[in-house]
Write a protein that binds this ligand. Structure first.
Ligand code: ZN
Length: 273
């Protein structure tokens, strides 16, 4: 995969992305979040739109307030994972901004002010329901071909698809949906901007198809547990990355189970004859 990298970004300041859009990279770097969550600040007529407030971190919240002078009119949420949602209620409390998110929240403790459905207009953009990484995942598309792709398509890595919130069949469908569009720049939830995204999305899709074929091949040789499949098919050595790989394998197996290609028998999975 042709993943993009970027040097350690400057912390605690809004970094320009394109005219009218900047980002603050939250201080939550990890093997799963790269340098940290991108909190986007979008200039609007009545203040700023904040897309993904980021993790529950007082310093990050202060940085958003400083960069916007507290003038936040709207808070958009791509999905309810804590590295995106965490600071939302505190930011709303400090600014009085209206929150927007998918109408079926995957976090039972979070209720947005405005419930979004696929295709809904929101602050000059269109919400696109893109389940897969998370059931409530939204991308936000601008009319100029720029899409906030959040964790559905990230430039630095493929996405973890971890059931039950993650769904591989939905993820693949949501990647195909992105391929059916003609956008020219993605601004992801982690990592640098991704220009010319279509060939990259095609690569992501091929990568998953190949992975699925490899899992099926392995199961045709012998029934295996998910961890045996991880050992056989992945080169990861870090325990976190192994765990992420195992979640992706489970997601593939559940998709293939639905398609009646594999069956689960106790601890093991086997290919269907
Ligand atoms: Zn994330």
């Amino acid at each position: 995969m042709a993943f993009l990298t970027e040097p350690d970004p400057q912390r605690r300041v809004a970094l320009p992305v394109i005219p009218g859009i900047s980002r603050i990279v939250a201080n939550n770097p990890s093997l799963m979040t790269y340098h940290g969550t991108n909190t986007y600040l979008i200039e609007a007529e009545d203040g700023f739109v904040v897309l993904d407030p980021g993790p529950d971190d007082e310093g990050h919240l202060d940085d958003i307030i400083a960069a916007t002078q507290g003038k936040v009119s709207s808070i958009l949420l791509s999905h309810t994972h804590s590295d995106h949602l965490g600071a939302t209620s505190a930011l709303k409390a400090r600014t009085g901004a209206t929150t927007y998110a998918f109408h079926l929240s995957a976090d039972p403790a979070f209720f947005p002010d405005v419930l979004l459905r696929d295709g809904d207009p929101v602050v000059g953009m269109t919400a696109i329901h893109t389940p897969g990484h998370a059931s409530d995942h939204l991308c936000f598309a601008r009319p100029d071909g720029i899409v906030f792709s959040a964790d559905h398509v990230m430039s630095w890595s493929s996405s973890i698809v971890s059931p039950p919130g993650g769904d591989m069949a939905a993820y693949v469908t949501s990647l195909r949906l992105m391929l059916s569009r003609d956008d020219h720049l993605y601004l992801p939830g982690h990592g640098p901007p991704l220009p010319n995204p279509k060939p990259y999305v095609e690569e992501l899709l091929n990568h998953r198809v190949k992975r699925e074929q490899a899992i099926l091949q392995a199961l045709l040789i012998e029934p295996s547990t998910t961890w045996t499949l991880v050992e056989r098919l992945y080169s990861k050595s870090h325990p976190w990355l192994k765990r992420a790989a195992e979640r992706n394998v489970v997601a593939h197996l559940l998709k293939m189970q639905m398609e009646e290609l594999v069956v689960e028998e106790g601890e093991c999975w086997r290919a269907k004859e």
